[in-house]
Design a protein. Structure first.
Length: 403
C-alpha cells in the first residue's frame, strides 16, 4: 500500500490518499506514508515525521527531491537514521536533486526544491546492493523525469521480488516501463488516476504478516487451521512464496475467492535440514527462525547479511533471542545456522527484548506454543506493520504478555 500511495501522490491524486484516514486496519507505516504525503503536498510543513519506517523514509526522499517547493527534513528514530540511505541520495543527486547530505549528520539531511526538472540517466546495479528500496524509490519517480531512467539489475540482486512488485505496480498504473537483459527502462510518462484508484480500492493482506499465523499452524500444540482474508493466488508480493515454503513445515495453503485457509497437514521430513538462500525473502527469516527452533528443525539460512540494516540489527536480535531461550546459533559470513542441538534448560520467566523491531516481536509468538513463561518488552512495537496482531494472537491462545 505504501507504493500505491506514492503512485497516487505522483499522479496528482492526493484526495485518493485522504480517504484512507481513519482506516481501521491501517498500521503505523501506512499512517506515516499517508500523513507525510499529505503534508508534503498540502501544507507548508518543513519537518515531516516518518518514525522508524525505512521504506517510507526512502520513498519520500525520492518524491520530495522530485517535487518539493520548500526545504524538507524528515523526523525519525535514531535507529532509522543509522540505516543506509547513501546510495539513494547519491543517485538522486546524479539525477539533479538538490540535497544537503552528510553521513555524519543523516538526521539533518535537507531536501531543497530542484533548480530544474530532474533528468534520467543510468543507475548501476550496485545501488541496490544493501536494499532494493533504493531502486524502488528511483523507479517510482522515474516517469516524471525529463528523460528515460535505466536501472541495471544485478543477476543476484537481493529482494528482487520487491523490485518486481514495484515494476508491476508502475506498469498497472499506466507508466511506460520495460525490462530487457537485466536493465529496467522507464520512459517519461505519468500515472493514470483511474488505474491508481483501482489499485487503492483492492488492497490485499501483507504476505509477510501471513508468516506468523503460518508459523503457528506448523506447531502441533497450536490450532490446526486459520482463515486469512484478502490473500490471493495472483498476488504481486514476493512473500507469497510462503504458500510453497511452508509445505515443508507441514502447512498447506488453500486459496479461496475471499482469502486463504492455512492447515497443518503434517510432514514426515520435518526433521531434515532447512537449507535456503533467503536473500529474496529476507523478512521471512524471523518467522522461519522461531518455527525451526520450536520444531527442533536444523537450519541454514544463506545470504541474509542485509538483516543487519533492518529496524534492529536483526541478526543480533535473533541470536540474542535464541540465547535467552537456551539455543546456540551461529552466524558466519552471511549465514545463520543451527545444527539441531537441544536447548539448555532455562528458568522461567524469560524476557525478550525486541529492540524496537516488529518482526522480532511477532516471530517470537511462534515459540510460545512450546514454552510458557515468555515475556516481551514493548509489545506495542507490532503496530508498525500489524495493528491487530495481539487480537489475532489471542484468538489462537497466545498469552505472551508485557513484562
Amino acid at each position: 500500500m505504501i507504493r500505491v500511495f506514492a503512485l497516487a501522490f505522483l499522479s496528482g491524486s492526493s484526495d485518493l490518499i485522504e480517504v484512507w484516514r481513519g482506516e481501521s486496519k491501517s498500521c503505523q507505516d501506512i499512517d506515516y506514508m499517508r500523513e507525510a504525503l499529505l503534508a508534503l503536498g498540502d501544507t507548508d510543513a518543513k519537518h515531516i515525521p516518518v518514525g522508524s519506517a525505512g521504506a517510507v523514509w526512502r520513498f519520500l526522499t525520492a518524491i520530495a527531491a522530485l517535487s518539493t517547493d520548500r526545504p524538507i527534513l524528515f523526523k525519525g528514530t535514531s535507529r532509522l537514521f543509522a540505516r543506509p540511505i547513501d546510495p539513494l541520495i547519491e543517485s538522486l543527486q546524479l539525477l539533479g536533486a538538490n540535497i544537503d547530505f552528510d553521513t555524519t549528520r543523516v538526521e539533518q539531511t535537507t531536501i531543497f526544491p530542484p533548480t530544474s526538472r530532474l533528468h534520467g540517466g543510468e543507475i548501476a546495479s550496485e545501488v541496490g546492493e544493501n536494499s532494493s528500496q533504493f531502486l524502488s524509490a528511483l523507479m517510482l519517480i522515474a516517469p516524471y523525469l525529463s528523460s528515460p531512467l535505466k536501472i541495471h539489475i544485478h543477476k543476484d540482486q537481493r529482494s528482487k521480488p520487491y523490485i518486481n512488485l514495484t515494476y508491476s505496480l508502475i506498469e498497472k498504473a499506466g507508466a511506460k516501463i520495460s525490462e530487457e537483459r537485466g536493465i529496467i527502462t522507464i520512459e517519461p510518462s505519468q500515472y493514470d488516476r483511474a488505474k491508481v484508484e483501482q489499485l487503492l480500492l483492492h488492497p490485499e493482506t501483507d504476505w509477510t504478516a501471513v508468516s506468523y499465523p503460518m508459523g503457528w499452524c506448523a506447531i502441533p500444540e497450536a490450532p490446526q487451521s486459520i482463515f486469512i482474508p484478502n490473500c490471493y493466488r495472483e498476488s504481486l508480493q514476493g512473500d507469497i512464496v510462503l504458500s510453497k515454503v511452508m509445505e515443508s513445515f507441514g502447512v498447506r495453503t488453500r486459496f479461496f475467492p475471499t482469502g486463504i485457509l492455512i492447515e497443518r497437514v503434517g510432514n514426515d521430513k520435518i526433521d531434515r535440514l532447512y537449507d535456503q538462500d533467503l536473500s529474496d525473502n529476507i523478512d521471512l527469516v524471523p518467522t522461519l527462525f522461531t518455527t525451526c527452533l520450536a520444531l527442533g528443525r536444523p537450519f541454514r539460512f544463506r545470504r541474509i547479511g542485509a538483516l543487519r540494516y533492518k529496524e534492529s540489527d536483526r541478526i543480533s536480535s535473533l541470536i540474542e533471542m535464541a540465547n535467552r531461550l537456551g539455543y546456540q546459533v551461529i552466524f558466519e559470513g552471511e549465514e545463520l545456522r543451527w545444527d539441531g542441538t537441544p536447548p539448555s534448560p532455562m528458568n522461567s520467566p524469560i524476557t525478550i527484548n525486541p529492540h524496537e523491531d516488529h518482526r522480532i516481536a511477532m516471530a517470537l509468538t511462534v515459540f510460545t506454543f512450546k514454552k510458557e513463561g515468555i515475556y516481551l518488552e514493548d509489545p506495542s512495537v507490532v503496530e508498525k506493520s500489524y495493528t491487530h496482531f495481539w487480537e489475532d494472537a489471542k484468538s489462537v491462545g497466545i498469552t505472551l504478555v508485557d513484562n
